[in-house]
Design a protein around this ligand. Structure first.
Ligand SMILES: O=C(NCCCOc1c(-c2ccc(O)c(O)c2)oc2cc(O)cc(O)c2c1=O)[C@@H]1CCCN1C(=O)/C=C/c1ccc(O)c(O)c1
Ligand SMILES: [Ca+2]
Length: 483
């Protein structure tokens, strides 16, 4: 099914990549609920390999399972349960990134974040347990034009589980159903299925069918089914196609990420966006799970190559995110990153390898190495826009035939973009008459000074006058505010 199970009109997810569970719970309560985010994709919750050879603690070690115990650098089972409860309490859903195509790489004895051991050479993972007959053969994925090779062989040496085995299916289902289990008060809303391309649709169908309904104690409707979005990296030209998975659940549309990067890098005219979506060869909107960048391709070597826009191209990135959220195509996810360079380094951590929490600055930005794109004004305001226009289509498209476009969402939203010069044009906004605040472009530069386009001096600061009713004799005094 394709319903995200989000609360009310909320309908955008944020990927709080590598955040700790306690910090996510705090963020749900202090920020996400207020800005109308509908849910959080969290990093894998199950125990992963501790990788220290080559890169120290690379970001991708979390994609090498050792067991299904809920112990990672993000926290333990108790902290995970607390996060799910606290976020659902404020109407922010939790989606878990589940990795069950494989276990660890083939590098001898490996140790996990929860203290478990894996004997990868003999494919023996006692903490699950998995033994060698639960895996496919050692062959490597060498040919993306061979659908059998892609499913039954090892992705970069990662021990490839056989989801055709009843025992493996049962074990995977025990892990997934634990995350929605009423008896232990867990209540996630759905799953990101990692590396779905590398598993047989028929096996996935059996696994998804074995999932329980969502936990009504966390605010889900009786009979609600988990929202599944499957990672299938398909830019065309391979044996495996996204269309083999769309009947099972939502599917990532990587063409969206690649193309929106091209457009807002300026390689294509904005006017060509008039048929954005299926018109550009993307999958049907109801199946599509879309994003500007993700944890892998933001690093430049994933699907979409160097066209992918990230926080490093701040102005174009904001425009691309704004367009993604303004347009009705697909289910949308906003990336929230830690600052990274060209190494494969993992999240900000102390000398013991413990992840460092984001600090929150006075201006609501983050510190300690966290980018917090989801806290950028242009981004969270567009999350609110998308909530406000939920259920409408796209109408009254306008363009100057080149790099200026505008359109309405029903009678409840209007947006304009320019990649070339100021728009000086009377336009149909589809909105009721009145004066409206432009909460996006006035701050597109990311500063908080007044808008010089409205005649203010450069660097002018907003004039603040504070209502403090103080005739004397009370505990609170005017003098606390005059500075
Ligand atoms: O050079 C690398 N990998 C080879 C190229 C990327 O291939 C990978 C793909 C991949 C790439 C392109 C495709 O078309 C495709 O079907 C699969 O999916 C993965 C999924 C995982 O759960 C764990 C992984 O290690 C990978 C992976 O290595 C480095 C070193 C090992 C991890 N890694 C990486 O670069 C890790 C990448 C990674 C990790 C997690 C992901 O969810 C993901 O999408 C990519
Ligand atoms: Ca496989």
């Amino acid at each position: 099914q394709y319903d995200t199970n989000m609360w009310g009109d909320r309908n955008t997810m944020v990927h709080l990549f590598e955040w700790k569970w306690n910090d996510i719970a705090d963020e749900c309560e202090r920020f996400l609920q207020h800005k109308g985010y509908g849910g959080v994709q969290v990093s894998p919750v199950n125990e992963n390999a501790i990788v220290t050879s080559g890169t120290y603690r690379p970001w991708w070690e979390r994609y090498q399972p050792i067991s299904y115990n809920l112990v990672t650098r993000s926290g333990n089972e108790e902290e995970f349960a607390s996060m799910v409860r606290r976020c659902n309490n404020v109407g922010v859903r939790i989606y878990v990134d589940v990795v069950f195509n494989h276990m660890t790489g083939n590098s001898g004895t490996v140790y996990g974040t929860g203290g478990s051991i894996g004997y990868s050479d003999s494919k023996y993972y006692p903490a699950v347990p998995y033994g060698s007959n639960d895996f496919n053969s050692d062959c490597g994925i060498t040919n993306y034009n061979d659908a059998i090779n892609v499913r039954n062989c090892e992705l970069v040496g990662l021990r490839d589980l056989n989801q055709g085995s009843t025992y493996v299916r049962t074990t995977i289902l025990a892990f997934l159903n634990k995350l929605i289990n009423k008896l232990i008060n867990l209540g996630v809303a759905g799953f990101r299925v990692d590396a779905a391309k590398h598993m047989w649709p028929g096996d996935l169908e059996v696994i998804y069918a074995g999932l329980n309904n969502l936990n009504t104690d966390h605010g889900f409707a009786s009979g609600a089914r988990p929202y599944i979005f499957q990672e299938v990296i398909d830019l065309g030209g391979e044996a495996v196609s996204f269309s083999e998975y769309t009947h099972l659940g939502a599917v990532t549309e990587f063409k969206f990420s690649a193309e929106i990067g091209r457009v807002f890098h300026g390689y294509d005219q904005l006017t060509w966006l008039s048929n954005w979506g299926e018109g550009w060869g993307f999958m049907a909107s109801q199946y599509a799970f879309v994003f500007v960048d993700n944890h892998d391709n933001q690093r430049g070597h994933g699907a979409g190559g160097s066209n992918i826009l990230t926080y490093k191209n701040a102005k174009q990135y904001k425009m691309a995110i704004a367009f993604m959220l303004a347009h009705p195509y697909g289910s949308t996810r906003v990336m929230s990153s830690f600052y990274f360079d060209d190494t494969e380094a993992g999240p900000p951590a102390d000398s013991n390898g413990n992840i460092i929490s984001p600090g929150i600055n006075a201006d609501d930005t983050c510190s300690n190495g966290w980018v917090c794109e989801h806290r950028w004004r242009q981004i969270y305001n567009m999350v609110g826009f998308k909530n406000a226009v939920k259920g409408t289509g796209l109408n009254d498209w306008w363009s100057n035939g080149a790099q200026q476009i505008a359109f309405c969402r029903g009678g409840s939203g209007f947006v304009a973009f320019t990649n070339g010069g100021t728009i000086a044009q009377t336009m149909q906004t589809c909105l009721p008459a009145g004066t409206y605040c432009d909460v996006i472009s006035a701050l597109i530069a990311g500063d908080y000074n007044l808008n010089t386009d409205h005649g203010f001096a450069s660097g002018a600061r907003p004039y603040i006058f504070q209502e403090v009713i103080d005739l004397g004799g009370e505990a609170v005094s005017f003098s606390e505010y005059t500075h």
